[in-house]
Design a protein around this ligand. Structure first.
Ligand code: SF4
Length: 394
């Protein structure tokens, strides 16, 4: 039998685009239908313990809003107009039946909007499970750690009640191992993009991450391996672009065209906070010992910083961005924040002050997941890139 040649980056990205634009979630539906008793558990940004769902034999499904393809009709009736769009488009996905195959939803404690959405979900879809994942804001093992272990344990019980089977430590360790591999591959892709951003366009990397939200992690691992192998073989033209870090895109997603517009305007994105759940932990989660304790420790001591996550040490606030700029040899930061996003917009002035103190150039703008007019973004990002090239002295 002839071996199938490795797919090209173009072929992989095409598959990712199909998954990205399919708001019926056909791939997840097919996965569920393939074996009786399978469960699909949706989760919202920015973080959810996907390992638990996997260990229960389920598929964790990232619900990242409706993007710019979904017309929100019903969702607008449930919320006031002056909040972000992702809760409204998520309601729209639910009310329109697009999530009818989803057995339960996990809502991380990212902000009041998501907290309210978890309560609304319970009322609107009483036959479906809904779990609010209360994340710790205290980072001591015997306080926040204990609390988070009990949250994780409760979540395991919640999942077991759906499948009728307990989740064993062995299954949890196997799931942590497969997600460790996924995070390693994502980190590898991020490193490769930082080294050769002309070879790994951020719009492609973003689509690769989004694909991982709707397909099994094992399939995503193969997809990432194939993409990395193909990307290493190619040489795309190198441009004299400015290297930038994007901050603020941790929850409601920017339209794909926004990412493309920033790149077309002359910026290489060398780090970002897109879909943080794919690389939330900075290194492998420990496998030996109690798996829930290991997940909690990784959350407390080795996870990403982002505006919704509490930083107990005032002196450290925002330094993660400075570190990202230095580590990735970036020349500036673009704050792309969701309109009406409290955690993002309240934190931004403090982050800007930290960057100013470290003489790091920056610009800021807002978007919604359905923003259509990209010309102002292109002009702003283009002017920023030009000013870096002309005046930053790099
Ligand atoms: S975009 Fe901001 S305000 Fe809206 S749900 Fe997400 S974190 Fe909350």
């Amino acid at each position: 039998m002839l071996d199938r040649p490795n797919p090209t980056t173009g072929e992989i990205v095409k598959r990712c685009e199909e998954l990205f634009s399919d708001l019926t979630f056909a791939a997840a539906r097919q996965w569920k239908a393939a074996e009786p008793g399978r469960i699909v558990i949706g989760f919202m940004p920015y973080y959810a313990p996907r390992e638990l769902v996997h260990a229960a034999g389920g598929l964790p499904l990232g619900i990242f809003g409706g993007g710019d393809q979904l017309e929100v009709i019903h969702g607008d009736a449930y919320y006031q107009s002056y909040i972000c769009r992702i809760p409204r488009s998520t309601i729209e996905l639910g009310v329109s039946g697009r999530l009818d195959f989803v057995d339960g939803m996990m809502f991380p404690s990212i902000c009041d909007v998501i907290r309210n959405l978890s309560g609304m979900w319970k009322l609107m879809f009483p036959d479906k499970g809904a779990r609010y994942i209360d994340l710790p804001h205290n980072f001591e093992d015997d306080l926040g750690g204990e609390f988070y272990v009990s949250e994780l344990r409760e979540t395991c019980h919640w999942l077991s009640a759906m499948t009728g089977k307990p989740i064993t430590d062995e299954a949890l360790r196997a799931s942590i191992a497969v997600f460790n591999e996924n995070r390693r591959l994502v980190r590898e892709a991020y490193q490769l993009r930082a080294d050769e951003p002309w070879n790994i366009p951020s719009s492609e990397l973003y689509l690769l991450l989004r694909a991982g939200m709707v397909i099994p992690v094992e399939e995503h691992n193969k997809m990432l391996r194939d993409y990395l192998a193909a990307a290493r073989l190619q040489q795309r033209p190198r441009k004299d672009n400015a290297r930038v870090v994007i901050s603020g895109v941790f929850c409601e997603q920017p339209p794909l065209n926004l990412i493309r517009s920033i790149e077309i305007a002359g910026c290489y994105i060398v780090d970002d906070d897109f879909i943080l759940v794919t690389r939330w932990e900075n290194s492998d989660v420990e496998l030996a010992g109690d798996p829930l304790t290991n997940l909690a420790r990784a959350y407390l001591h080795d996870s990403k910083s982002t505006p919704p996550k509490y930083e107990p040490d005032e002196a450290k606030k925002g330094l993660y961005l400075v570190d990202s700029v230095r580590r990735n040899r970036a020349e500036g930061v673009i704050f792309a924040m969701t309109s009406f996003c409290d955690p993002g917009l309240l934190e931004r002035p403090m982050l800007q002050a930290v960057l100013k103190k470290h003489n790091i150039p920056q610009i800021a703008f807002k978007y919604a997941e359905n923003s259509g007019q990209m010309q102002p973004i292109r002009e702003q990002a283009g002017t920023f890139a030009d000013s870096i090239k002309l005046w930053s002295g790099t």
